[in-house]
Write a protein that binds this ligand. Structure first.
Ligand code: ZN
Ligand code: ZN
Length: 177
């Protein structure tokens, strides 16, 4: 966990990590975030996953996760871009791509290399998962997602809704057929 504290105005850092680039990165992020008014209350929280929580302005990161520094930079990318939510899965992919682009720029500036493979495999994970969401739970055809997030099957007219992408466990709930 990291918070802005102390009279010196320097962040207090308490965590353990096997990745030596994480400690300087956390300092970079806290320093950089001060230049962005919308991140004035940014909190960095060490847990067992990586995510950006817009309502609480919190980045959760896993200091012991593989490629912790690139993934933390990616979440900071979401934070910088003020990503708040999405109504269609295609928008989610665009946001994921944009956050990685931001991470690549900052990684170059702060000397944290991010491989193309890492970015592509992270995006592929989303693409595969989103593809699974788009499959009709009744007949298996690929459905069309409307602006309100509900999928329609053009083959059997089933409608379904899926859970939020951030939880990363697929659930499809039939709402009409
Ligand atoms: Zn992301
Ligand atoms: Zn169907």
């Amino acid at each position: 966990m990291l918070n802005r504290g102390g009279k010196s105005g320097r962040p207090t850092i308490q965590y353990q990590s096997s990745d030596p680039s994480l400690s300087p990165l956390l300092k970079h992020i806290m320093r950089d975030s001060r230049r962005h008014p919308h991140l004035a209350l940014l909190t960095l929280q060490a847990k067992e996953t990586f995510l950006w929580n817009y309502p609480t302005c919190t980045i959760v990161y896993n200091p012991n996760g593989p490629d912790a520094a690139p993934h933390l930079l990616h979440e900071y990318g979401h934070a910088l871009l003020q990503h708040a939510g999405y109504s269609r899965d295609v928008e989610l992919i665009a946001m994921e791509r944009a956050a990685w682009d931001q991470a690549l720029i900052l990684g170059w500036r702060w000397n944290i290399p991010i491989s193309d493979n890492l970015v592509e495999s992270a995006l592929d994970t989303y693409r595969d998962w989103l593809h699974a969401r788009s499959l009709c739970p009744r007949c298996g055809a690929t459905g069309i997602q409307r602006v309100n997030g509900i999928y329609n099957c053009l083959a059997c007219y089933t409608q379904w809704r899926t859970n939020a992408a951030t939880t990363c466990r697929l659930r499809r709930r039939v709402i009409a057929s």
